[in-house]
Write a protein that binds this ligand. Structure first.
Ligand SMILES: *[C@@H]1O[C@H](CO)[C@@H](O)[C@H](O)[C@H]1NC(C)=O
Ligand SMILES: *[C@@H]1O[C@H](CO)[C@@H](O)[C@H](O)[C@H]1NC(C)=O
Ligand SMILES: *[C@@H]1O[C@H](CO)[C@@H](O)[C@H](O)[C@H]1NC(C)=O
Ligand SMILES: *[C@@H]1O[C@H](CO)[C@@H](O)[C@H](O)[C@H]1NC(C)=O
Length: 611
């Protein structure tokens, strides 16, 4: 970006008669913190035009300073001035520095507004992007110095970043790094998609730089360091709408993309790169994934189990036969399946229906059809929720957790189904449950607007007893952006999930009290990541995470993609007596799929030795 000085000086002399006073550089305006030291002030600026967009253009420092904290890029907002500049022009202009955001929960973008008095000092100067991974590289673990105790620490929203306005530490913190490049023209070589594109064809990527948490598919998994400080992947960046009016191609997790040149810009709650032109897909990875290797065969000591959030499934759902095919061909019909988000027989129609037997019969018939000639249909059990949309989810849908089970392999022990009013408990003789299946403490305030877990006790054909709980905890709705103002970010409904784990743990403890070596499997959509210790600590004091027990590499522990992360919302926890010989797999039929798949979650399969 350095100019031949003679050309600049000569041109500067040409315009000297009207030379602006107090001419600032771009880096002066950006300063060393998040908020510009010139916020709200009228300024005169000189800069090199690096890119033009539909509503403004971007300037670089004519001669960058050596301070990495002070960004050498600046957005000039105002469409009236776009026509007066060309990329490669060095200009002077005046304007007002303004920190802009479209939501109070977002960070500010420093921009020069009301641009006036644009004077082209010289033209045809070279414009060279900063090469990410070579000139500068993002940190890989932490977001800001303000996330004390980690990005998921409790309590959250203790500090507002823009109020604290810390001095940037771009070598340590992701938000500081991207802020220090605000408005800068950058290049990403060999980008890989870290998620599927969103509906605007924006896509999260990483490039040729150091990354941590990379999974075999090319995404970045949420992991934790040895102090259980979560690594939530600040090294990824989202590619937004191209500046030239073209569109990005639709990409999916792990796709290799064409090199990207674009401007770093905070918008819609995240640091983006706005590419000069549409990004294309170079190559994709194979789909579908291999089916599970975990089957039970004829061994009566072995039990296979699946866990699957099937996303708002009603009898008429277009994805029902797809999910059924996945259960038959990719999960290979486990002996028992913990299913979440089964809707009632009328789906999302809010007509007072709560029964789901038609939904479930349609699903098990479809699985049987997919499994081929001679296949046996699953049996199912569930408990209809109370009427009145009290359990959250899509209004009228009445989603609930459900068991599908193979009656040749296992059956309910002393069956006695409860209703939504009944709390199940260990029976007086300590052998079973008062309601089987039954809900766990359904009137406890912890379950307000959420699904009540369904507990059951089974006996296998091999004569073994097995206790199960199928859960679907409160969702993360209401969370704030990881690139947002609240630090640590708001983790929506974390208080509810914390309370829910406690009620669950108390129930499990009541089983251990009568049967210390009980074989227990708890599975479902916990809507929370394992490194969030505030939620999981009580449960992990008595149960084991199957991913850990089965030795699944930490980077391969994911069942969901969200923004920059491959992440695990769905978990299986097992009691200590099941730990020996336990096996587990996540089947990425949906996170790897181009359309996001049949459900937003991936299913999982496990295999235990009961004898
Ligand atoms: C910008 O330069 C003009 C002269 O062109 C001067 O009148 C004005 O005061 C300068 N603005 C600032 C903020 O220094
Ligand atoms: C249930 O298990 C039996 C015995 O292993 C098997 O033949 C049958 O196909 C299984 N049913 C389902 C639904 O997978
Ligand atoms: C669903 O349950 C209702 C009421 O018990 C029954 O009349 C109906 O036949 C059931 N439908 C199916 C498909 O099992
Ligand atoms: C964080 O807390 C502040 C008060 O300090 C509040 O104004 C803001 O709305 C909160 N942010 C979120 C995302 O809840």
């Amino acid at each position: 970006m350095r100019l031949p000085l003679s050309a600049f000086t000569f041109s500067a002399i040409q315009v000297a008669f009207c030379a602006p006073l107090n001419l600032l550089n771009v880096y002066d305006i950006q300063g060393t913190r998040f908020v510009s030291p010139y916020n709200g002030q009228s300024v005169n600026v000189t800069g090199l035009v690096t890119a033009k967009g539909p509503s403004g253009f971007w300037l670089a420092s004519v001669v960058p300073d050596t301070d990495e904290r002070t960004s050498d890029g600046l957005y000039v907002y105002g469409s009236n001035s776009i026509a007066s500049v060309t990329t490669g022009d060095v200009i002077t202009l005046s304007g007002i520095v303004q920190e802009y955001r479209s939501s109070a929960d977002y960070l500010f973008l420093a921009e020069l507004t009301s641009p006036k008095n644009v004077v082209v000092v010289s033209s045809g100067n070279p414009v060279k992007p900063l090469l990410l991974g070579v000139d500068r590289s993002p940190p890989t673990e932490l977001y800001t110095s303000l996330d004390k105790g980690g990005i998921f620490a409790v309590p959250n929203n203790q500090t507002l970043l823009e109020v604290a306005n810390p001095v940037l530490q771009p070598a340590l913190y992701g938000l500081d790094f991207w802020e220090s490049l605000s408005g800068v023209l950058v290049k990403v070589t060999n980008p890989i998609a870290a998620d599927k594109s969103n509906t605007y064809n924006d896509v999260w990527v990483t490039g040729d730089w150091k990354k941590t948490g990379t999974n075999a598919r090319g995404g970045l998994t949420i992991t934790a360091d040895s102090n259980n400080i979560p690594d939530v992947n600040p090294e990824a960046i989202i590619i937004g709408t191209p500046l030239d009016g073209t569109k990005n191609a639709k990409a999916k997790l792990g796709d290799k993309l064409t090199d990207i040149v674009g401007i770093v810009q905070y918008t819609f709650g995240f640091y983006y790169i706005l590419p000069l032109t549409g990004v294309k897909v170079v190559s994709s990875q194979p789909y579908p994934p291999p089916p599970t290797t975990l089957t039970s065969g004829a061994d009566r000591c072995t039990l296979t189990f699946g866990d699957y959030n099937v996303e708002n499934m009603s009898p008429k759902s277009a994805h029902l036969p797809v999910v059924a095919g996945q259960i038959a061909n990719f999960l290979r019909t486990p002996d028992i399946i913990f299913v979440q988000e089964i809707q009632d027989n009328s789906g999302a129609t809010d007509d007072g229906t709560t029964a789901a037997n038609v939904t479930l019969q349609t699903l098990v018939n479809s699985i049987k059809a997919s499994a081929g000639p001679g296949a046996q249909a699953y049996d199912f059990v569930n408990i209809d929720p109370a009427p009145g949309n009290l359990d959250g989810g899509q209004i009228g849908g009445n989603i609930r957790p459900v068991y599908l089970y193979n009656s040749t392999r296992l059956s309910l022990f002393r069956p006695n189904a409860g209703t939504y009013r009944d709390a199940t408990a260990v029976s007086a003789d300590g052998l079973g449950l008062t309601y089987n299946p039954g809900l766990i403490d359904p009137t406890n305030a912890a379950w307000k607007s959420s699904r009540k877990p369904i507990a059951a006790v089974w006996q296998t054909t091999g004569g073994q007893k097995l206790w199960t709980v199928n859960v679907h905890f409160s969702s993360k709705g209401g969370s704030s952006s990881l690139h947002g103002d609240a630090r640590p970010p708001v983790n929506g409904a974390i208080a509810a999930r914390t309370a829910q784990v406690q009620v669950l743990t108390d129930f499990l403890s009541s089983i251990f009290a009568v049967e210390p070596n009980a074989k227990i499997i708890v599975a479902g959509d916990f809507n929370e990541f394992i490194p969030v210790s505030a939620v999981y600590d009580p449960l992990l004091a008595i149960m084991h995470d199957i991913d850990e027990a089965a030795g699944i590499p930490p980077v391969e522990r994911y069942t969901y993609n969200f923004d920059m992360c491959s992440e695990q919302l769905d978990h299986i926890f097992i009691s200590p007596s099941l730990v020996p010989k336990i096996e587990a797999e996540h089947i990425h039929v949906n996170t790897w799929d181009v359309d996001g798949g049949a459900s937003d979650h991936d299913p999982s399969v496990g295999r235990a030795k009961l004898c």
